[in-house]
Design a protein around this ligand. Structure first.
Ligand code: MG
Length: 420
């Protein structure tokens, strides 16, 4: 049984665009990248509608491919309806590459030239075909991959969500196993760096976060001509007996609930207790004197300073460790809870280059200057462009939810701030 062990996602405006028309969605086990197109910032609207279609969850029933494709068609309809009703948004559309991890592997639904890759044993494999002019020419043997890289019309796509009333969605389910790393990305990455470098970065990075940052940095270093979005996730086997209590430390029940961990069922608890009884019995047999004392239910001998009976020392030592283990458990639980909270909160500020940025985490630095936040979305809007009277209020690092922070920055990008 597989599950998503870790994921990382990042979108960046790049070096040359003023706004970011890419959108992403990452809520395990569903991951989505969309790259919008259309004048007057309609591309942002289109890609946003596409990823928001995944917010309520996938429809029940059907295969992974069918469920993803159903959402893709729903998004197509919504974008097309809006484009038809609003002259300013005529012709808007978006690419879509969506992935679902389930028991059958990783299902993909795909329209346009965003891509999905799988890294396995150090080798990178592209899982999607670009629905682009050059992509079609490469598949027909009229262009080589190298020629396609340099083609002046390489950004022309032949299929997108929202452009027509109906859309053909490519779907595929690829086998997956523990250790596989999947990457979804917009063409702002793959038009700047080749598959070899993408594979090398994924393979040599120690964490997904490191890989994601390096990919975006490399795309920018190679020109950053387009918005860059990466969504990366790694798979692992579901550990057997994961829900059993980890002896000997048990976090309080309310903290288990807070962390969203599955509560152990009665059978697991009983099994853990039986296991502990067996351990205690084995330990007693290993110290015959203690076993005999226990069997006779002898009262504990008076303890003399510095002269405790030999047989009681190991047990006292274990008892002495209990408070320490308890404190350690609380520290671990608080640390994990703090980390999870920091992943769920966002704030808006300006990055070092002066661009309005959404940060994920808490706006503080920890010991040794360790930042408790990371840049999540860098807009193309210089903070200096904000109205002076409102600048400090907009960039006040107030903690926000994901949609709240994203909405604020999108309004800033679209120059749609309320006149307050
Ligand atoms: Mg693009």
């Amino acid at each position: 049984m597989l599950r998503v062990a870790d994921h990382f996602e990042k979108t960046d405006t790049g070096r040359q665009r003023r706004a970011n028309e890419d959108s992403l969605f990452a809520r395990s086990p569903v991951f989505v990248v969309a790259d919008g197109m259309g004048g007057a910032q309609a591309g942002e609207v289109a890609s946003r509608i596409a990823v928001e279609a995944f917010e309520p969850g996938l429809p029940a029933g059907g295969s992974g491919e069918e469920r993803l494709a159903a959402v893709a068609r729903l998004a197509n309809q919504r974008i097309h309806d809006l484009a038809t009703d609003d002259a300013a948004r005529t012709g808007m559309g978006t690419t879509l590459t969506a992935a679902l991890v389930d028991a059958g592997g990783v299902s993909l639904a795909h329209v346009g030239d965003s891509r999905a890759y799988r890294l396995r044993d150090g080798g990178l494999e592209r899982l999607t075909n670009d629905h682009s002019l050059v992509g079609e020419l490469v598949r027909r043997g009229k262009l080589t991959e190298a020629e396609a890289e340099e083609h002046p019309q390489k950004s022309v796509i032949t299929r997108a969500l929202g452009v027509e009333a109906g859309v053909e969605v490519d779907t595929i389910t690829v086998p997956a196993r523990a250790g596989d790393v999947f990457l979804l990305c917009s063409d702002g990455l793959t038009s700047m760096i080749g598959d070899d470098l993408v594979g090398e970065i994924l393979h040599t990075s120690k964490t997904l976060s490191e890989a994601g940052h390096r990919l975006v940095d490399e795309a920018n270093a190679h020109g950053g001509r387009d918005n860059i979005t990466v969504v990366i996730f790694r798979l692992e086997d579901l550990p057997e007996g994961e829900t059993a209590l980890p002896p000997p430390v048990e976090p309080p029940a309310d903290q288990v609930t807070m962390l969203g961990a599955a509560a152990p069922n009665t059978a697991d608890v009983n099994a853990a207790l039986r296991s502990r009884e067996r351990d205690a019995s084995a330990a007693a047999q290993a110290t015959p004197a203690a076993a005999q004392a226990s069997a006779r239910h002898q009262p504990r001998r008076p303890r003399r300073r510095g002269g405790a009976p030999e047989a009681s020392r190991p047990r006292r030592r274990i008892r002495g460790l209990r408070p320490l283990l308890g404190v350690l458990a609380v520290v671990v639980v608080i640390g994990v809870a703090g980390w999870m909270v920091s992943r769920a909160v966002f704030f808006v500020g300006a990055d070092q280059a002066g661009f309005v940025t959404v940060y994920r985490g808490l706006p503080y630095e920890g010991p040794f200057g360790a930042k408790l936040y990371e840049s999540y979305y860098i807009s193309g809007v210089p903070a200096a462009d904000l109205p002076v009277a409102r600048r400090s209020k907009l960039l006040d690092h107030q903690l926000r939810g994901h949609s709240d922070a994203s909405d604020l920055v999108r309004k800033i990008e679209l120059d749609q701030l309320d006149a307050r």
